[in-house]
Design a protein around this ligand. Sequence first.
Ligand code: ATP
Length: 342
Amino acid sequence: MAPKTITIIGSLNTDLVTHTPRVPIGGETLTATSFSTGSGGKGANQAVACARLSRPKPSSSQTHPTSDVVVKMVGGVGHDEFGPPLVESMKRDGIDTSGIRIVEGQTTGVAVIIVEEGSGENRILLNPGANYTLKAEDFRAPESLGTPLPDMIVMQLEIPLETVLQILDTAKKAGVDVLLNPAPAVKLPEEAYTAITHLIVNESEAAILSGRRVEEVEKEGFEWEGLASEFLRKGVQNVVVTLGAKGAYYATAAGGAGYIKAEKVEKVVDTTAAGDTFVGAYAVSIVRKSLPSGTSLSEEYKHKPLDEEVIRFACKAAARTVEKRGAQSAIPWADEIERHDA
Ligand code: ATP
């Protein structure tokens, strides 16, 4: 059978992470406890999750592991010290990087992250750089989404909103399914929802999108059923709200719904990229269930929607990520999930 294709259109960043006992006040210089750099950006993290969760970890002699799922990244990096290494590291994970532009005169997206020890609280300053060179006009034609068209497009909101809205429109007209993980969240225009096949949000994103206060949805026992049905009424086919250590709630236009508990973890080390791992695992499960490339997938989904098995696999994968420190470096490979289950 022809492989399935997932195309991620989104951000690639370098994370510059310092750990400090406390955050410096204005005018103060403090000595950090540690500093590290890492590959990040929600787009790149989700591409890595799709790739790793659809193939076993390669041995050192095997650089491009094959799989029944082709993962392609579309994005932009700067022509600087960060950009080309980000692309190379994605290639090593088996990702098709031919859609990543190295943009002259632009810096690579950078996230400057200060982690306060003790509280574990993050403060993040993001400079989008080349991520903002993805323009809406580049995605007006159906061919801009790929030839042949992918089985699924995965997006976040770390590229210009106007570009995301254009891609939603083009994908809807071309009949391509879109998974949107609207992070960082902003209110979306109503027509955007009619083009979303899969909406995956965490609690605070769900609050922002639906015009509620974050504290309201973070309350113990909040009724996610009502909120999910608002998104379904707007035209979304499948809604998933990830609930951190509590697991996830899902609801589908076809009538399926339920709460799925989080997987047990040995020790929570760092929850960074848990959400991105969940999205990648979900996308891989869904495309594997779909019809071969080139047939009408959207129609098929209406009859064979998302089920509990997909959410369980996503929770399993995300649980392995929270057991490790870092963003991309913490995302597991498919064989790691299998070994853990055995
Ligand atoms: P992040 O921004 O940290 O990547 P997020 O806020 O987008 O994550 P969460 O809802 O916090 O998303 O987590 C995504 C999924 O990860 C959850 O649905 C759950 O399956 C898993 N997860 C997160 N935290 C834990 C935990 N402490 N124990 C087990 N699973 C967890």
